[in-house]
Design a protein around this ligand. Structure first.
Ligand SMILES: [Zn+2]
Length: 258
């Protein structure tokens, strides 16, 4: 399968700046190191992520942090300019999402879990699901369909803390060993300097990086590895069902629990 790929373009589309770094950056770093083009997109610029700054001021800070995080692996940052807590699954938002996806024409999309601790994440997952299906279809949005565009491989990252809204643990289909990319993931997360302060103020969490790492340790322990990220692959009609992450990163790096 890997030999047949004509495009190696990964898009991580999540709700807020820092979601991709917390939930998927170890895997994105591994792909980037293997020559993949990486795009990190967020539905909002994180405009509610401050106790002190107004929405536009903190949004400006966080767009810059998002760009800095992506740049660590040579990636490009995009913001779809919804607003925190108002990420809607509606026509205007889906059109913006689909248009951006058509510009990028990803082979692989990673998004938020469809069940998660807050609705923004679930909406981002739904938008990514619809945009992956629709972006190669000529009449969904304006603009030419890039050559090689196809319904991409789609993976949902873990919900925050791995829990659905009822407190039940979500079971990944796919674990990626991120032991060799944890330092890069950490550097990407640390680009979001404003959030270490915000989380400390709002959630009482003083351990932004330590919490990320301890979650990776938990997923790693489930498959006998030091550190891992968990994903669930979307295998519905029209989507590729083979595991692209296994094909690209190797069976020694990816553990399937389908
Ligand atoms: Zn988030």
């Amino acid at each position: 399968m890997s030999e047949q790929l004509t495009r190696r373009v990964a898009m991580c589309l999540m709700a807020h700046p820092d979601d991709c770094e917390i939930l998927a950056a170890g895997t994105l770093a591994l792909l980037a190191a293997r020559g993949w083009e990486v795009h990190i997109a967020t539905m909002s610029p994180g405009d509610c992520g401050s106790m002190d700054l107004g929405p536009e001021a903190i949004a400006a800070v966080r767009r810059a942090e998002g760009a800095a995080g992506a740049a660590v692996i040579g990636g490009t940052y995009h913001c779809l300019e919804s607003r925190d807590l108002y990420i809607m699954f509606d026509e205007p938002t889906l059109r913006r999402t689909t248009s951006l996806m058509r510009q990028i024409a990803p082979t692989l999309v990673i998004t938020n879990s469809l069940v998660d601790y807050m609705v923004d994440h679930e909406m981002a997952g739904k938008l990514a699901r619809s945009a992956t299906f629709g972006y190669p279809i000529p009449n969904t949005v304006t603009g030419a369909v890039p050559e090689g565009a196809q319904v991409p491989w789609l993976y949902y990252a873990d919900p925050l803390e791995g829990l659905d809204p009822y407190g039940q643990m979500v079971q990944p289909t796919t674990y990626v060993d991120i032991t060799t990319s944890i330092d890069t993931k950490t550097e990407m997360l640390c680009a979001h300097a404003s959030q270490r302060e915000w989380l400390r103020a709002h959630h009482g969490i003083d351990q932004y990086v330590i919490a990320m790492r301890s979650w990776a340790e938990r997923r790693g322990a489930e498959v006998g590895r030091p550190l891992a990220e968990g994903f669930r692959q979307h295998k519905g009609h029209a989507y590729p069902r083979e595991c692209l992450l296994t094909a690209e990163l190797g069976a020694d790096m990816v553990i399937s629990r389908a």
